[in-house]
Design a protein around this ligand. Sequence first.
Ligand SMILES: NC(=O)c1ccc[n+]([C@@H]2O[C@H](COP(=O)([O-])OP(=O)(O)OC[C@H]3O[C@@H](n4cnc5c(N)ncnc54)[C@H](OP(=O)(O)O)[C@@H]3O)[C@@H](O)[C@H]2O)c1
Length: 294
Amino acid sequence: MITVMGATGHVGRQITQRLLDAGEPVRAIGRNPHVLAALAAAGAGTWAGDAADAAFLTRAFRGADAVHTLLPYDPTWPDFGAEQQRLGEAIVTAVQAAGVRRVVALSSLGADLPEGTGFIASLHEQEQRLRRVPGLDLLVLRPGVFFESIAAAVDLVRALGVNADAVAPDVPVPMIATRDVAEAAAAALLARDWSGVQVRELHGQRDLTYAQATAILGAAIGRPALEYVRLPDTEMVRALVEAGFSPDTATLHVEMGRALSDGTIVPRERRNAATTTPTPFEAVVAELVQDPVA
Ligand SMILES: NC(=O)c1ccc[n+]([C@@H]2O[C@H](COP(=O)([O-])OP(=O)(O)OC[C@H]3O[C@@H](n4cnc5c(N)ncnc54)[C@H](OP(=O)(O)O)[C@@H]3O)[C@@H](O)[C@H]2O)c1
């Protein structure tokens, strides 16, 4: 039996489905029982509760042969680092209290660095917390930027006629489909064939610049001339706060953009058969613009 945190999210939902398809019993965790109902219908045991509740997580992790963890994210948090620390500590407390032997932890490229990477610095801290659990067989997955995060701008792009973010237009960035992240995680959770601490980067099908990704998005929505604009940092923070981000998370988003732009966040492994995944951005965008809630 495998416990999947974030089971109603982009990655977790697809991990859960892959595990069920392989005949593996799954405990699927999320906060919303109504959203979890679809996973229950697919055959998962569903556990609704908050990841900040270490006692709840301990119950959900107990007896699992392996657990998939992630650090949930909310752009409205006034103090992003403090919230991620609270959730991260609850997860590690539960891993230890439940006697979990194997974890596949969803992290990110850039999590090798302790600071200067925006949101990703919290994932660095979480990796360190998990590494300190005695005897834990830990597989850390460090994917690049999710295609779904880039395509999530589509409504704004349609409204404004331009795609804007904090990343330089011409820097190649590893970008990946969440289905490919889920495939890597599910395969590891089923095989349970590593020991000690292992880190695996997931670079996606090919690197894309934000200008190239914008051109692909534009082509998919019938705007082949769609432009990408890198907003100055202060303007980007203002735009994100207007869109509902807290000032803290808006600032961290911009810091992450700077780190992607200036070569701070880069792959540490060479592109190879293990880091390269099959799905191109074109395939995901075509689906998402038809079905924007996917
Ligand atoms: N976006 C990127 O480009 C990117 C790149 C690299 C790595 N990552 C990593 O990937 C993670 C996000 O993965 P994703 O896109 O699959 O997530 P997602 O779609 O945002 O889903 C988050 C999941 O976590 C659950 N959740 C949220 N808050 C929770 C809480 N307090 N307690 C329990 N469950 C909670 C959500 O369910 P409910 O809301 O129903 O509770 C949902 O199942 C990020 O945290 C980041 O670390 C992201």
